[in-house]
Design a protein around this ligand. Structure first.
Ligand code: PGA
Length: 259
């Protein structure tokens, strides 16, 4: 059975995140030593939480500095004030930015507070800011049960740029518990496009738990299709899936154990 995207299987999300964090730390240190910024593409959701915990630990205990880091988040719910408890602005500050020395002016998150006539310009400016920063060096991704990366729901073309999207019902249902009911979950979001994501020089997709097993298999072993945005990663030269045993359970390919 052909495996179209390299993947590594770990005993726990924490073990996987130690490896991803160590790769990120090495990149930041190497670029900083040459006076260069490192541009990180960041994800939200429950999946990257152990990664952010490990990055905070590396900052607090091992002196990893984020002063030379610029970050671009993948997405934000439309219609949420940045101070809303479920906004991705709040999420990122609570789980990472408030605990490291990243400069506030180097943090970029799409705005969820846009009038209809501001959306196109905001999205074009977000793309331009990524380009001006030199492109994304290291992109973190989760995967939704619809196969979305960022919020690129089924039907989003491979070349899509940052844009407004309608959230899939399954995505909204999965978000319902944190919002106290599906009726409170926004219906739209701003997301980096598949094309934006695929330009990143290195991509690490993280997935944990049995609920992700079938979509992980479709992304890695299925056909490349706009019905599963994550399958577009098969076209990327440096994308790796970091999985726990449960998320890898449906793969036919031989799982390579992390050392
Ligand atoms: P989760 O969401 O990390 O909360 O599972 C992943 C995603 O929707 O991309």
């Amino acid at each position: 059975m052909v495996t179209n995207i390299p993947f590594v299987v770990f005993d726990s999300p924490e073990a996987a995140c130690r490896q991803v964090a160590s790769e990120i730390a090495q990149l930041i240190r190497e670029r900083s030593s040459r006076g260069r910024q490192t541009v990180l593409g960041l994800a939200t959701g429950s999946t990257p939480l152990p990664l952010y915990k490990e990055l905070v630990r590396l900052h607090q205990e091992e002196g990893l500095s984020f002063k030379n880091v610029t970050s671009f988040n993948l997405d934000e719910y439309l219609g949420l004030n940045r101070n809303h408890p479920e906004s991705y602005w709040t999420f990122m500050h609570r789980n990472l930015f408030d605990h490291v020395d990243i400069l506030p002016e180097n943090i970029q998150i799409p705005s969820g507070e846009l009038a209809d006539d501001q959306i196109e310009t905001h999205c074009a400016e977000y793309e331009a800011r990524i380009r001006k920063a030199g492109g994304i060096d290291f992109q973190i991704l989760g995967i939704g049960r619809t196969g979305h990366i960022g919020f690129n729901e089924p039907g989003t073309p491979i070349e899509a740029k940052t844009q407004k999207i309608h959230l899939d019902e399954l995505t909204r249902r999965d978000a319902a518990p944190s919002f106290g009911g599906i009726e409170n979950v926004p219906t739209e979001a701003i997301t980096m496009g598949c094309g934006t994501i695929l330009k990143a020089r290195r991509i690490a997709l993280l997935a944990w738990g049995s609920k992700k097993a079938s979509i992980v298999r479709e992304a890695i072993e299925g056909v490349i299709t706009d019905q599963v945005s994550a399958s577009f990663l098969q076209t990327h030269p440096a994308a790796t899936f970091f999985l726990d045993r449960e998320a890898a359970a449906d793969l036919h390919g031989v799982a390579r154990r992390a050392s």
